[in-house]
Design a binder for this molecule. Sequence first.
Ligand SMILES: [Zn+2]
Length: 316
Amino acid sequence: MVSYVPELVEVERLAEAHSNSVQLETLGSVQTGNTSFPLLGLVIGSKDPKAPTCGLFAGVHGLERVGTHVLMSFLKTLFVKRVWDREWVEFFERNRLVTIPIINPTGFALNRRSNTNGVDLMRNAPVEAQGKLLPGVSGHRFSHRLPWFRGHEKLETETQAVADFVERHMFQSKVLVSLDLHSGFGMKDRLWHPWAHTQNEFPHSQHVQRLTNLFETTYPYHIYKIEPQNQSYMTHGDLWDWIYINHQKKHPGVPFLPLTLEMGSWMWVKKNPWQLLMADGLFNPVKKHRYARTMRRHLHLLEFLLKATGSSDQWL
Ligand SMILES: [Zn+2]
């Protein structure tokens, strides 16, 4: 059954409350049954195409609502700070933040991982993985009834919308850093950097290393396991590998560091096994105190990525 998506309403309300500084864009719409949902993007800060740009993304997988919630929790704090904190006012004069908090609204509405066509949006891009793959999990074209379905060689509306949005607002900037928020794998919060489709070295791995060193020096007690995604598993059709490859064709050598946060949801389940009885119980904190803690847990990481993007001349 299709229900409405409260998170979409929240994005619209947040943009409205800060409409003097935040630009709300409708990137397209997707439909399930008779209900259609907008794809919403927000842009805040410098209009200079070259301005350093940080992109924050979430809600690729409809069951992983917590990623969207963590991102919204950060944006709420940030947009208020932008009003009264002179440092952030100045920051946004020189830099830009772009964000899509819910990439897959039909997945949210249907309470499932894939979109309404049964396509896993993190397996849909035209990138073929090479090497040791996990059968099924790495992406397949057998049937939309099975999880991790890549689609039939057609880009989904959501995939195209994210790519266009990133190209419009990020591609021309002199440094790009992005984070895509997910949950559902392992006991630890992982911070992944590319590649997802190959074991080869990522062309900007030195830059990733410098950013990682900066983070570890700034937050010596941080909680993340930082590693290339291909150490956990490799996939076909990774959205960020594809967007990175497109970016490098158009702007060779310009540093673009697309990161993924994979929140280790198994620790929530371990503490509260009953939540496995819920459809999205494997992917989200359920108990109130644990939810609130998760909302606070990543604020410093997201703020760090923004600030580091803006001060990239200090570490790049
Ligand atoms: Zn995910």
